[in-house]
Design a protein around this ligand. Sequence first.
Ligand SMILES: [Zn+2]
Ligand SMILES: [Zn+2]
Length: 386
Amino acid sequence: MGERFCYRCGISEDEGGPLIDGLCQVCFRKENPVLLMENEINTELCQNCGSYKKGGVWVDPRSYELDELIFEVADNALLESISLEERVKDIKIVGKEELEKCENLEVGEALISFEPVDWHIEHFPAIITYEIDVKARIHELQRELHHEKKEVVVYVRQTICPRCQKFLGGYFEAILQVRAEERKLGREERDEITKLVEQKVDEIMRRDRMGFIQDSIELEEGIDFYMGSTKAARKLAQAIKERYGGSISEAYQLIGQDRMRSKGVHRTSVRIRLPKFVKGDIVRDKKGNIYEVERIDGKGMELMNLKTLESEHKDWKTIKRDDVDTVEHEKMNAMVTSITPEEAQFMDMRTYETFEMEKPKMELKEGEVYPLVKVKGRYYVRKKRD
Ligand SMILES: [Zn+2]
Ligand SMILES: [Zn+2]
């Protein structure tokens, strides 16, 4: 058998082999480069929200600090543009040191490291030059690994993402209407609910970028939140219901005609109606028990029975079943003027009228003033609150 030579450079197989497809080791690597990337990459970030495209979808950045954000966007664009010879099947991104140390790889394996070597990020487009380093093996007869370096320039431009285009254009998909049953929403409730909604929206926006609040409008009876997504409006209504109780309903309003599909375009109103009860309300049930509302939440109400002075929790189902409803009453302060084993005598602090009542199930002190409530001609002593 005669000696073989590299057809490209003429070196003998003894010296430069083993030959691969007729090429010496060096020529094989030269003829089959692994790093096939472009020299320039263009990418963009949203100037309104900092989001950028990752895997084809707009995502929020990890960092909102502008320098870090620009590098985050550029790094991502670089990683997404990595293109290697088709025989490379397994790519690992590593640090420069690990790459330097690596001397052997399986066929089809590659290590890549990259680092910025020069950048101008004071204004847009931001320009970052990266040095990319790759080691790879694509043939089992390779004595030495491919080791290639390349400089790639990434341009980061500003744009407005589709979500922000809609947001800035005043777009909304649904209205979340926060109301209360048979009453107007109180000031404190409004503040609490607005806070809850803002917290919840932050959470929702992590998954649903359209879940923004376009606007909120204070009305006499409640608050309207103009929302970027119906799903988000529903989630908020649910969150409010879990905290305060109430009922949710939806209505659809025809707002126009989609001529292309000759279909009506609808807008959803999601309405959460809070219970009519508020803390401190005096209520009765169908058995005639009188209660003071102590606490309200998503599950039901904590009610203080004004006769036994014991608290009980009734869930919303029970409240409905027992016909719990507000009752006409009069609140007053009265002083204990005398106590007998069965009765207590009080004096109304406004009118100075005195009256007797069955001694309540709590300890009373002569000369002290207590909050009372009069319901249907009967007096009840309420527990003092701070
Ligand atoms: Zn050669
Ligand atoms: Zn945006």
